[in-house]
Write a protein that binds this ligand. Structure first.
Ligand code: IPD
Ligand code: CA
Length: 265
C-alpha cells in the first residue's frame, strides 16, 4: 500500500467512526424533540439546535485527531488547515425531514484533498450515516464503497426506465424552473422520488436503490461524501453550469448519467 492509500484508509476509518458517533447524537436529540434554532436563506431553510451541536461534535473530533486539517461545515463555516486535507461536513442533511420526524436524514462527512472548492478537490474518504434507519454508507478513493461491510454497485440496466430522485432548493422562486426540469426528464423515468436528503439520495444511487439523481443548487457539504460513494460504486457524477448560481449535479450509472447529461446539459 502506498502512503496515499494508507492515509485514505485512515481518513475513511475516522470518517466512519465520527459519522457513527454524530449519528447517535442526532438520533438522541431527535428522540427528545427538536428545537428550531433559526431560519437561514428563506423561511423554509431551517437550522435546529441539533444541527449545531452535531457539527460541534464533528469539529471537535477532527480537531482532536487531525489538528492540521481544514474544515468546511454547513453550520460553522470554513477554517483553512495546513495539511492539505479538508473535512466537508453536513451535520444533518435532511433537516426538514428531521424536524418533521421523518427518519430519512443523515450525517454526511467527506475528507477531501486540494482546495475546499467542489471541482478543485479530490475526495479521499466518505461516510453517510442514517442513524434512524440504522444504515451507514462509506467509501475510500480507489478502494470501493460499502454499506455496513457489503460492497455497493450502481445499477447498469433500466429496462422499465430509470428510477430517479431529485430535490428542490428552499427558494420558492426557483420551484417553477425545477419543475420544468422534472418535466424534461420524465420521458426516461420509471418514476421519481424526492427523499429530502441529498447525501442519502446519492448513497441510494451507490447502493442501486435509485438509478439516478439530479438536483440544482446543492451546497458542497450536500454532495461531497455522496459523490465519492457513487464513483466508488462504479457510477459517474457530473456538475453542469458551474458558473451559474445553481449548478446542476447529476449522479448515476454510466448509461443513465449520459442520458441525463444529454437532456439537462
Ligand atoms: C437539503 C437536503 C435536500 C436538498 C436541499 C438541501 P439540508 O439539505 O439535502 O434534500 O433538496 O437542496 O439543501 O438543508 O437538509 O441540510
Ligand atoms: Ca444538506
Amino acid at each position: 500500500m502506498s502512503a496515499a492509500e494508507v492515509d485514505a484508509a485512515q481518513l475513511h476509518a475516522l470518517a466512519v467512526d465520527i459519522a457513527r458517533e454524530a449519528g447517535e447524537l442526532a438520533k438522541l436529540r431527535r428522540s427528545v424533540g427538536v428545537a428550531l434554532a433559526a431560519t437561514k436563506s428563506t423561511l423554509a431553510d431551517i437550522v435546529t439546535e441539533a444541527d449545531r451541536e452535531v457539527e460541534d461534535l464533528i469539529r471537535a473530533r477532527v480537531a482532536a485527531e487531525r489538528p492540521g486539517d481544514g474544515f468546511l461545515g454547513e453550520e460553522s463555516g470554513a477554517d483553512a488547515g495546513g495539511s492539505g486535507v479538508t473535512w466537508v461536513v453536513d451535520p444533518i442533511d435532511g433537516t426538514v425531514n428531521y424536524a418533521y420526524g421523518i427518519p430519512s436524514y443523515s450525517v454526511s462527512i467527506a475528507a477531501v484533498r486540494g482546495s475546499a472548492q467542489p471541482g478543485a478537490w479530490e475526495a479521499q474518504a466518505a461516510a453517510v450515516c442514517a442513524p434512524a434507519l440504522g444504515e451507514l454508507f462509506s467509501a475510500v478513493r480507489g478502494g470501493g464503497a460499502w454499506q455496513d461491510g457489503r460492497a455497493l454497485h450502481v445499477t447498469t440496466e433500466t429496462p422499465a426506465g430509470a428510477l430517479l430522485a431529485t430535490g428542490f432548493g428552499y427558494d420558492p422562486t426557483t420551484h417553477d424552473g425545477d419543475l420544468q426540469t422534472v418535466r424534461t426528464v420524465m420521458p426516461i423515468a420509471r418514476d421519481l422520488r424526492r427523499g429530502g436528503s441529498a447525501a442519502l439520495d446519492l448513497a441510494y444511487v451507490a447502493a442501486g436503490r435509485l438509478d439516478g439523481y439530479f438536483e440544482r443548487g446543492l451546497n458542497p457539504w450536500d454532495f461531497a461524501a455522496g459523490a465519492l460513494l457513487v464513483e466508488e460504486a462504479g457510477g459517474r457524477v457530473s456538475r453542469l453550469d458551474t458558473a451559474s448560481r445553481r449548478p446542476m449535479l447529476i449522479a448515476a450509472g454510466l448509461e443513465v448519467h449520459d442520458r441525463l447529461v444529454g437532456i439537462l446539459g
